[in-house]
Design a protein around this ligand. Sequence first.
Ligand code: SF4
Length: 335
Amino acid sequence: MKTTSFDLEEKRLKKEISKGKIKIVLVQLPEGLKAEGTRLAALIEDAGALAIVSADPCYGACDLALPDAESLGADLIVHYGHSSQTKQERVPTIYMEARAKISVKEAVKKAIPLLEPWSNIGLVATVQHVHKLDEAKILLLEAGKTVAIGDAGLVKYPGQVIGCNFSNAQSVSEEVEAFLFVGGGRFHAIGVALATAKPTIIADPYEKRAYPIHDEVPRILKQRWASISEAKEAENFGVLIGLKSGQKRIKEAVKIKEKLQKSGRKATLLALREITPNALMQFPNIDAFVNTACPRLSLDDTPSFLKPILSLNEALVMLGEMDWEELCRKGWFEN
Ligand code: SF4
């Protein structure tokens, strides 16, 4: 996908910098938009401030670079690609959602035949496409469907989903038979299918195609069950604390560590920014991990890790404090 397909709100950026006494700006971009960093930096410098582009990975609004901005002396963070998620007063921050400028029509039209078995459809999108949900809704209504766009009030826009929050989809799940996800890639749509246990079709406006994703859910569940079973045999656990600003859950980590110890296992708290196979390989005496940071890590990256990595709720299943059925019903994104 071309980076020019997104609205990077250059005029707003210039205006924000020109109007204040901003001296240093830290720019954060998701991986697909990093290439725009040099152009945005030049634009910021034209407007009178020094620009520093963060070259570190940035996967979500959970990863607001607050400590980096503080250590660099930045008076503004410009965070691209995500909607605001958590309130903070440490460093002034502007969120630029990078809305997609492309049409969703062709992809949605291609999804309609795939939605043929169902009449009641839930409609969801990433923040890049939420402004196109009404357009998608009209196409579905014209095809004879009824359409629900959920608003649970936990994310910024009705119908919006983020990688670890599908509350808008869950809020209408009872009243719909299937979901149509408008957006690129499989990551968010798999989350919708897992969080709702409903058939889910992707309408990908970048590739201008539509395809089902729910067939992948049984494979993921099988992998998760295998990881829980393997972790049951483990004696020595590492409990992972994410150091990213929106992922740090120290209380939950300490609580699960105590539960593991109470069950006769050993447990050590480990804090890190990027949870990678290589980082965990440095602890060969640890048999299994419980991850209190990004919940997608356990779900999506299972094959890359050599040891089981359980989410908090999966650890509760392992300890016999939660049923597998309950986890499958509502627990994948509630840790
Ligand atoms: S915690 Fe994970 S899924 Fe949630 S916003 Fe952050 S990176 Fe995305």
